[in-house]
Design a protein around this ligand. Structure first.
Ligand code: ATP
Ligand code: MG
Length: 431
């Protein structure tokens, strides 16, 4: 009996000892793993990537570009997918960008910030790679990261997504989602005999106008830190599947120096023709400069022409193409002849009365948006409600009272004085 009890005790001690050894081993493995993860994490921070690292610089751990830029390793691929899912901009090396764009083989366009190329991610997703002008080299990396971080955290269904960036010694670039239908200018102004672009009906244009306005409203009114776009124009309204609009290049004015296709004289921003008067005069600039540019975009949607077409002949709708279109619209409105504007906007329309009613709203909102005094322009929230028919639209005042007297023969706008007929009251929406 005593022997049996002794064996039982021994067996129990054996089991307990084995259990303790197993627990200690598991704890040791767990601690080692934690230390390893910490070391890995701090080494990736040493690659100074406060955002996410999509493979890092050329010295990184076999990134997407890796030693062989065309080969994607599965480890980095899962890291890459994780980064995308977490919706943080990824950092790419110049080598990776070269691989995505097949050595920059397909140029999509160029603008004031640089050149845009089409590329493809290893996952097969198409991307647009915007290689920024070299002037950016002067900018501190930290500032670049902070601003890219802000752009990357800005999400709206009507804003183009920033997937990542590159900040190498030689290449500074931004990687965006690719918008398959290109930019709105192509659909508004492409008048070649067999335009590649399909013709958009006014109802669709109205939808695009509302989507664009919602994006700018988000930047102005819903972001933690207000973002002024400074460059609203048809080239920066990109179209995706189903012609859904997304605004591009928000946040770039702060990030980049502009080329001289854009206003640079006094450090002013924007594109001539869309830039509000306060941007090219020594006046305080607020987010209302975007409302002005947005109004100019609405005029171009109504007229399906550039607001100013120098060198063109007489227009087909009773106005010379050389005439500044916004002013022509104002004078039609003032004379009670808005019908001429609406007829042009909805020409070849299938939507009948509905299109006309939407075009009329777009016309009135455009006239409000380009008021000379920023405080007389509506907020983008107002704009959305007016376009959607939720707010009554009061009759607009003359936005061009500060310009030289109107000549029916037509002329481009000439600023005379900074005075305006406006009395400053906010009667615009009649709310
Ligand atoms: N994400 C994108 N997807 C598809 N096409 C794009 C994308 N981004 C830009 N593009 C195309 O590339 C062209 C050039 O763009 P870019 O932004 O460099 O110049 P811009 O829009 O004409 O002027 P700005 O520099 O003032 O924005 C655009 O007009 C557009 O057609
Ligand atoms: Mg652009």
């Amino acid at each position: 009996m005593a022997i049996a009890n002794g064996s039982l005790a021994l067996a129990l001690i054996g089991v307990i000892t084995t259990g303790i050894v197993a627990v200690v081993t598991i704890v040791a493995i767990y601690k080692c793993a934690r230390i390893a993860i910490k070391m890995w994490y701090s080494s990736s921070r040493d690659h100074h990537t406060p955002i996410a690292n999509g493979g890092g610089s050329s010295s990184s751990r076999g990134g997407i570009g890796g030693a062989d830029a065309d080969v994607v390793e599965m480890g980095s691929m899962s890291h890459f997918i994780e980064g995308l899912q977490n919706e943080r901009p990824l950092r790419f090396s110049a080598r990776q960008l070269r691989a995505f764009t097949k050595s920059y083989a397909h140029k999509v366009g160029s603008g004031g910030f640089g050149v845009v190329y089409r590329g493809v991610f290893p996952s097969g997703a198409p991307v647009a790679v915007k290689v920024l002008n070299s002037t950016l080299g002067k900018r501190a990396e930290e500032q670049f990261m902070a601003e890219v971080g802000t752009i990357g955290r800005t999400y709206h269904i009507n804003l183009v997504r920033l997937y990542g960036f590159c900040f190498d010694a030689d290449v500074k670039a931004l990687v965006y989602e690719y918008m398959e239908k290109g930019s709105l200018d192509r659909y508004l102004f492409d008048s070649s005999p067999s335009p590649a672009a399909e013709r958009i009906g006014f109802e669709k244009l109205h939808e695009i106008a509302v989507g664009t306005a919602k994006a700018v409203r988000y930047l102005h009114e819903e972001c933690a830190q207000r973002i002024i776009h400074y460059d609203i124009k048809p080239e920066n309204v990109l179209l995706g599947a189903g012609m859904a609009p997304k605004v591009s290049d928000f946040g770039l004015a702060k990030l980049c120096d502009r080329e001289d296709t854009h206003l640079t004289i006094t450090g002013a921003r924007g594109t001539p023709g869309y830039a509000a008067p306060e941007l090219w005069m020594p006046l305080p600039v607020t987010h209302k400069c975007d409302v002005y540019s947005y109004g100019m975009l609405l005029f171009e949607m109504l007229g399906r022409r550039r607001n100013l077409e120098l060198g063109a002949g007489a227009g087909a709708h009773g106005h010379g193409s050389q005439e500044w279109y916004p002013r022509w619209v104002w004078h039609r409105f003032e004379a009670g002849e808005t019908e001429a504007v609406l007829a042009r906007a909805t020409a070849a329309a299938a939507g009948g009365g509905r299109e006309r009613e939407k075009a009329e709203r777009v016309c009135m909102v455009a006239l409000w948006c380009v008021q000379y005094r920023p405080e007389d322009r509506p907020s983008m929230g107002n704009v959305v409600r007016m376009l959607e028919g939720e707010d009554h639209i009061a009759a607009p005042r003359n936005p061009f009272a500060h310009l030289a007297p109107y000549s029916a023969a037509g002329s481009s706008p000439t600023t005379t004085t900074a005075t305006t007929e406006s009395d400053g009251s906010s009667a615009r929406t009649g709310r």
